[in-house]
Design a protein around this ligand. Structure first.
Ligand SMILES: Cc1cc2nc3c(=O)[nH]c(=O)nc-3n(C[C@H](O)[C@H](O)[C@H](O)COP(=O)(O)O)c2cc1C
Length: 194
């Protein structure tokens, strides 16, 4: 198999991080990978906010956690995500949806059209870049709700994010704590050759 494709296939969602902060050189490369993601009509409407303020990340992570619907769902109906690196779905006692990651990137996009598409391409570019550099990463959705709170509004004001930009998601970054999880098996029948 092609070496790059093999790398893509061994990317995983990482939820256990060391305390160590992400090195500047690695972070810069990851951000460049994000900036070079494709965008609809070359609009380049997305922005990345890099937050390494542990307290802000913890507060935002807790808010994001409190917005997750799974907390109120029937536990028997929750499909497990990962036994090796439990997600907030697997372990309702996890209070920080960012799992203590030392760096949290938030992707904001201007305008409604293709906002989620643009953000997803950007996030995946950076997720892969992090993996290529030996870092762990995980995408976290539900950004909008957490920023629609007093704390969230205050934070985006402090960050100087323009009013017309919508927070779409977060990419957690850090050095993995412990061994990498095994690849999750992919469901059969997801490719239809017609
Ligand atoms: C749109 C989206 C939202 C996600 N949100 C979360 C999340 O809130 N919390 C979390 O722990 N993982 C989240 N993930 C990571 C997925 O759980 C993970 O990608 C999935 O379990 C497959 O595992 P893999 O990435 O290791 O292949 C999200 C992934 C995507 C694409």
């Amino acid at each position: 198999m092609n070496e790059m494709i093999e790398k893509i296939i061994t990317r995983h969602a990482i939820r256990k991080f060391q305390d160590k902060q992400v090195e500047e050189d690695a972070l810069e490369q990851i951000l460049q990978a994000g900036i070079y993601a494709p965008s609809a009509g070359n609009n380049q409407y997305s922005r990345i906010v890099v937050c390494q303020d542990r307290e802000a990340n913890l507060q935002l992570g807790k808010l994001n956690r409190s917005m997750d619907m799974v907390q109120t769902a029937d536990p028997k109906k929750i499909r497990p995500v990962s036994a090796e690196q439990p997600s907030i779905r697997d372990d309702l006692s996890i209070k920080d949806a960012f799992y203590g990651a030392p760096t949290v990137l938030t992707i904001f996009v201007r305008g409604g059209y293709y906002a989620h598409d643009d953000a997803a391409f950007m996030a995946e570019n950076m997720w892969l870049a992090a993996h290529f550099l030996g870092l762990g990463a995980c995408y976290i959705g539900r950004a909008e709700k957490a920023f629609d709170t007093e704390y969230g509004r205050e934070l985006r004001r402090k960050w100087g994010v323009p009013e017309d930009m919508t927070p779409i998601g977060h990419l957690l970054l850090g050095y993995m704590d412990g061994a990498a999880p095994h690849a999750k098996p992919r469901k059969e029948g997801r490719i239809l050759r017609v």
